[in-house]
Design a protein around this ligand. Structure first.
Ligand code: UDP
Ligand code: UDP
Length: 443
């Protein structure tokens, strides 16, 4: 008997931290779960397979959605980002339904949309397509978002208690998003719409976040607010990454020449920016740590480096402009630690490569991510007070100290459990497989 392939449509939000896990999901669905995948992507022009989509299996159908306003596509600042979100919304409202009607001969078995593109849920309902959301950060952040979606007040007190599984989930109020995400109408809008989906896929895994997952899955509170079933299917992390152009080759060549486990990667994601004071303290901190480093800074940040920094660190440190192939660098034998803003993708990539983290969160979900990976999971040390001495101490501690040893051992264990969860018989593999089995039954 020939098994029919389920047809799954994927819609990522056009931001680096959101496209990457969706691409990985596409790969997984095609290569391991025998699905046919259509990948929708927002685009400026009629460019059917831009650079970052090149690694998709050739059987994936790529469908462009024309963006209404592309000026903010690669932006870093939040007002522009909001405009970008408006453009995404307009595009979805205007083009999604006609695009699907024009290109899909038969009704797909599932539509998986990014957490920030929930406008697609209505379109799916109109076309009778079962719809799912991909939540691109931690299960802990999902539980927090669901708990606070109806509340406008910032909680007071040092700790916050969320409905838990075996025990309540405790969050520090100091770790809540600075702007308090749920004051943000657009974030609240998307979280409020989650009950419309048939399920929420999460870029995490059972063994990494057992308590938050149990809470959302089992605590009656989440059922009462109509939280759909959750599917932890992560980590959704790139397995390989090309080295593009001579600049990136030069970076990899430099790494090749460094001793094993000796280099600290310093990077703050696709949106993170430091102010002049932070740049200066970080630079002094790295010098004080006496460790080798590869620092991804933006061109405009480099002017804030202390005088003589480049000369003093020549040979042991490298400051590179704006971008490195991060997964490639984390997988390099010379990389020993990752000083990161703790964007969820960066956390997952570090863990999957067995690299301990030095957590310096900046905004949004990152403070909660940082505390969880340092205090609950034990794969990171946190920079607790802002300043050069503390940065130097923590960096050195992870690379050379006793506490660093524990963190390094723990991250190797977590890496193993991540790999196990993704292999046949593992929790994430089986969760995704059973979801695809449901889809197959609908053909
Ligand atoms: N953002 C925001 N409010 C939110 C969520 C995000 O203002 O509730 C901003 C955030 O500050 C960031 C941008 O939107 O600049 C990207 O959001 P995302 O959740 O993708 O953050 P990331 O994890 O990628 O840093
Ligand atoms: N990234 C990269 N090179 C860089 C900086 C970031 O490849 O120099 C990638 C990184 O590997 C990750 C994504 O960009 O996949 C950033 O996502 P994350 O959730 O960590 O942070 P965000 O950019 O959303 O704040």
């Amino acid at each position: 008997m020939v098994m029919m392939k389920p047809h799954i449509v994927l819609l990522p939000c056009p931001a680096m931290g959101h496209v990457t896990p969706m691409l990985q999901l596409a790969n997984r669905l095609v290569l391991m779960h025998h699905c046919h995948v259509t990948f929708l992507h927002f685009t400026a022009e009629d460019d059917h397979r831009p650079h970052h989509l090149m690694n998709l299996p050739s059987s994936v159908t790529v469908l462009p959605l024309p963006l209404v306003d592309i000026s903010a596509l690669t932006t870093c600042d939040t007002p522009l980002f909001s405009r970008h979100c408006i453009s995404v919304r307009e595009t979805l409202l205007r083009s999604l339904k006609p695009t699907l009607l024009q290109h899909l001969q038969q009704t797909p078995q599932a539509f998986i949309t990014d957490m920030f593109c929930t406008q697609a849920l209505e379109t799916c309902a109109q076309l009778a397509i079962p719809s799912y959301i991909l939540f691109t950060t931690s299960a802990l952040f999902l539980s927090f978002s669901l708990f606070f979606r109806d509340s406008a007040d910032k909680p007071s007190g040092e700790f916050l208690q969320l409905p838990g599984g075996c025990k309540p989930l405790i969050i520090r109020t100091a770790d809540l998003p600075l702007k308090y995400n749920l004051d943000d109408e657009w974030y609240r809008y998307h979280i409020n719409r989650m009950p419309k989906a048939s399920g929420i896929l999460l870029n995490t895994f059972e063994e990494l976040e057992p308590e938050p997952l149990r809470a959302i899955g089992e605590n009656s509170f989440y059922k009462e607010i109509d939280t759909p079933p959750i599917f932890p299917i992560g980590p959704l992390v790139k397995e390989t990454e090309p080295v593009c152009g001579s600049r990136e080759e030069c970076i990899m060549n430099w790494l090749d020449k460094q001793p094993s486990g000796s280099v600290v990667l310093v990077a703050f994601g696709s949106l993170g920016r430091l102010c002049a004071e932070q740049i200066s303290e970080l630079a002094w901190g790295l010098e004080l740590s006496q460790q080798r480093f590869l620092w991804v800074a933006r061109a405009e940040e480099e002017k804030d480096l202390p005088e003589g920094f480049a000369e003093r660190t020549r040979g042991t440190g490298m400051v590179v402009d704006s971008w490195v192939p991060q997964v490639r660098v984390l997988g390099h034998v010379s990389t020993g630690a990752f000083l990161s803003h703790c964007g969820w993708n960066s956390v997952m990539e570090s863990v999957c490569n067995g690299v301990p983290l030095i957590a310096w969160p900046l905004h949004a979900d990152q403070m909660m991510n940082a505390t969880m990976i340092a205090e609950e999971i034990g794969v990171a040390m946190k920079v607790k007070v802002f300043g050069r001495e503390e940065i130097g101490r923590v960096v050195r501690g992870v690379m050379e100290g006793e506490e660093g040893k524990t963190v390094k051992e723990r991250v190797k264990e977590v890496k193993e459990s991540a790999l196990k969860s993704l292999a046949k018989g593992g929790s994430s593999y089986e969760t995704l497989d059973s979801l695809m089995l449901q889809c197959r039954k609908q053909i």
